[in-house]
Write a protein that binds this ligand. Structure first.
Ligand SMILES: [Mg+2]
Length: 304
């Protein structure tokens, strides 16, 4: 987002306002306009605008309803909404701000005030996004950190449980990495970590979150992905004189489950960890996988 112009969505059923706002803002922002509020949620979800300027009185769905829908949807809840409306009623303004709008501008508007307020909210949003990225990123490797993983796992667990979808978790560890650091030094160790992380990331079709989460597929798929990661790291042929066959390798514990009340994220992680342990004790450079169900979850998990 550094050099790109931030994207702004303007929704108004009066085309004159759409055009004048677009004219006003298009010098500094990439502007998308929408005259039918039926589309707003869909556009917001697919385009991820930085900010939405929203009319209140509209033909199909009124502005209040649009704000509600945006705020209830996890993908759009964080997009700031500025209401731009002909209503000068204090009640409307209060209601909008209480519903989650960040600002309220009345028509006819003063162009300079609109520009200044849009600028202020875009900057706030930009800083918020930057902080979020930094707080969710592992400083060394650039992939998602533990906090992001924990948050994602809880969210996905909830989503999969609601939708009846299976969820898989892989616990991955570099074999004999302490020895690697002892032999080659910590700087080389850091380089190795970065390369292994990059290698695994390149195997995943979607960005970062998949390193933390595998969902919606059968167990076999989790095992296949784990095997793919294992062989991709092996293929890098990173020398490690105290490693398996003189190379850097990884061991993986993979667990798939159908999330239920009896299987929480803590249990899922414990099971993945015990699979990883099995992979370690049975020779490393391998995947140990298991499936669990509520019935079997109190016991050790079964092999697949
Ligand atoms: Mg209107």
């Amino acid at each position: 987002m550094n050099n790109e112009r931030p994207k702004i969505l303007i929704v108004d059923d009066d085309r004159r306002y759409l055009e004048s706002l677009e004219l006003l803002l298009s010098a500094h922002y990439e502007v998308i306009t929408d005259s039918d509020s039926l589309n707003t949620l869909g556009i917001a979800m697919s385009q991820h605008p930085y900010l939405i300027l929203l009319d209140l009185n509209m033909e199909n769905i009124d502005g209040y309803q649009v704000i509600r829908e945006l705020k209830q949807n996890l993908e759009t809840a964080d997009i700031p909404v500025i209401v731009v409306t002909g209503s000068h009623e204090t009640e409307d303004e209060t209601h909008c701000l209480r519903s989650g709008a960040v600002d309220y501008i009345t028509k006819p508007y003063n162009p300079e005030i609109v520009k200044a307020r849009v600028h202020a909210h875009v900057e706030l949003k930009r800083q918020k996004e930057l902080l979020k990225t930094l707080s969710y990123q592992d400083g060394l490797t650039g992939i998602a950190n533990r906090r992001y993983f924990d948050d994602t796992l809880i969210r996905e667990h909830r989503r999969c449980r609601r939708a009846g979808l299976p969820l898989s978790t892989l616990m991955i560890d570099i074999d004999f990495f302490k020895r690697y650091n002892d032999i080659y030094g910590h700087l080389t160790g850091d380089d190795c970590l970065k390369l292994v992380a990059r290698t695994m990331l390149a195997q995943l079709n979607r960005s970062g979150d998949l390193l933390a989460r595998y969902g919606g597929e059968e167990f076999v798929c989790a095992k296949q992905i784990a095997e793919k990661l294992r062989s991709a790291v092996l293929d890098q042929q990173i020398p490690h004189e105290a490693g398996i066959d003189g190379l850097i390798t990884i061991s993986i514990g993979a667990v798939a489950c159908l999330p239920t009340e009896g299987i929480d994220t803590r249990k899922l992680l414990m099971l993945a960890d015990s699979c990883l342990y099995r992979a370690k004790v049975s020779g490393r450079n391998r995947v140990e996988a298991a499936a669990c169900s509520q019935a079997s979850s109190d016991q050790a998990v079964g092999n697949v």
